[in-house]
Design a protein around this ligand. Structure first.
Ligand code: PHE
Length: 379
């Protein structure tokens, strides 16, 4: 009897020790659109996330532990993104989340992380609502590595007014997409504040494929600028139809244009079009050129802004964990809050009172089927 008790006690002790050590694992979750309408975004974000982790693991990991990870595909869908967040938190027991990519997916993830007190850093979601609630209060566990859309909209509007000398603009946007609708509104506001006139501000639905009614109306108004703040698949479609109808307005958009697929979908129609973005691989700074080389060697392509921001966000998280000297979410959150300035590949970040990075934007232009650097805009 006594020996049974002894074995039982030994078993309990071993079990307890096992639980203790398994709790000390470092596991990071990634949520990204690996399939669906913006899958080049997901691929880039995943590649750079894996690269950052691989490099850190080669240096011995973080706080003496190898970093483990779990990757989930949200298909650029808010419900899928929410399910992924629940799975990562409840089943995989991750310590923190990188993701998601599109704002409409990151918003539900941010609410779940906030409730579960799990730190998330979205590399790329630029809509203000990702880190701030409707009532204006800050979501405490939610961070990002990119600038936000009020700034992006202003950069685009000022470029149109000052550089392109535009007087009029038309804006078409997906009313059900937080990022697209937000950027449309921020552009409009800044364009009007700068003395421009928005002659048409019209919405469409996510699944619309025929824009002829809207574009026929637009053609008569002949605006200097046609602002299309959607992602590349939709922009490609609208751009093509606009040119087919004989619309000659200069096309402009936001970071959602950043995909090698856009010139493939739109062809000639996107030539000369301008868009705002987070970084340019043509930036001569040493950090950027080293990054471009390293990424290119590994993945055989030039890193886009999504890859770059994903690398930045992952390093930011690992740095915070190191500083926190802990894998606990609460400690990681505190450490992130204490980081006021951070050097990233895409430039130096200064965090504002809502944890939103203040950083430079670039303007790019599609020329001969490639996104080329035009200028840098300081906040
Ligand atoms: N900013 C976009 C969003 O919030 C995502 C994105 C970032 C797309 C960078 C392309 C490049 O939905």
């Amino acid at each position: 009897m006594r020996s049974i008790l002894k074995y039982f006690l030994i078993f309990i002790i071993i079990f307890f020790l096992f639980c203790q050590t398994s709790e000390k694992k470092l596991k990071i979750g990634l949520i990204a659109p690996l399939t669906g309408d913006v899958k080049t975004f997901g691929e880039s974000v995943k590649n750079a996330f894996l690269l950052a982790i691989e490099e850190a693991n080669q240096r011995g990991g973080v706080l003496g532990k190898k970093i483990e990870y779990v990757i989930c595909d949200d298909k650029n869908d808010p419900t899928e993104a929410a399910n992924a967040a629940y799975k990562l938190i409840n089943q995989d027991k991750i310590n923190a989340i990188i993701g998601s990519v599109a704002s409409k997916a990151s918003i539900p993830v941010s609410e779940i992380c906030e409730q579960s007190k799990i730190v998330m850093i979205t590399p790329t979601s630029t809509n203000p609502k990702v880190t701030v609630r409707e009532d204006g209060t800050r979501k405490r566990y939610v961070f990002r590595a990119c600038f936000i859309d009020p700034f992006q909209g202003k950069v685009a509007a000022n470029f149109a007014l000052n550089h392109l000398k535009a007087k009029t603009a038309a804006v078409l946007y997906d009313v059900g997409n937080d990022y697209v609708k937000g950027l449309a509104e921020f552009f409009k506001k800044s364009f009007e504040e700068g003395g421009g006139k928005v002659v048409l501000f019209e919405s469409y639905q996510k699944d619309d494929v025929d824009f002829s009614a809207l574009l026929t109306k637009l053609k008569k108004l002949n605006p200097d600028i046609l602002f299309l703040p959607d992602y590349y698949t939709k922009v490609g479609l609208i751009a093509k139809q606009a040119r087919q109808l004989g619309i000659t307005s200069t096309l402009m958009g936001g970071d959602g244009w950043d995909s090698p697929e856009l010139p493939k979908i739109a062809g000639e129609a996107i030539e000369g079009g301008y868009f705002t973005n987070h970084y340019s691989p043509e930036d001569p700074r040493k950090e950027v050129q080293e990054w471009v080389k390293k990424y290119q060697e590994k993945f055989g392509k030039i890193p886009d802004a999504l890859a770059t921001l994903s690398y930045d966000a992952t390093i930011l998280l690992l740095t915070a964990i190191q500083k926190a000297n802990s894998f606990e979410s609460e400690k990681i959150r505190e450490a992130l809050n204490e980081i006021k300035e951070f050097n990233t590949v895409s430039g130096k970040i200064i965090f504002d009172e809502n944890g939103n990075p203040i950083k430079d934007a670039v303007v790019m232009q599609y020329r001969n089927g490639k996104a080329r650097y035009v200028t840098t805009v300081r906040p």
